[in-house]
Design a protein around this ligand. Sequence first.
Ligand code: FES
Length: 97
Amino acid sequence: MTTPPHRYQVVVLPGGQSFEAQAEQSLLKSLDEAGIYWPRSCRNGTCRTCLGKLLEGQVRYEVDWPGLSAEEKQAGCILPCVARPLSNLVLLDPLAD
Ligand code: FES
């Protein structure tokens, strides 16, 4: 018997869309699978096109040095193309402003 992949609930504000994100893939891929558009370009954590805001929850990064300063991380900025969920999350849509 195989164990199903661990999933977390993600809510995107201000629209309130919600979806399940797999712990073992990038948030960007889970956003795509949920049909939620999110800006992107490089998909490797360097260009910052996908920069968004994490309002609640925790993520880990697939790369050692994602293109975020310590201050930005502290302020809740995330790069979904290289971030994987560690908990349920609430994200702020970068196109909402
Ligand atoms: S798409 Fe380039 S940093 Fe995420």
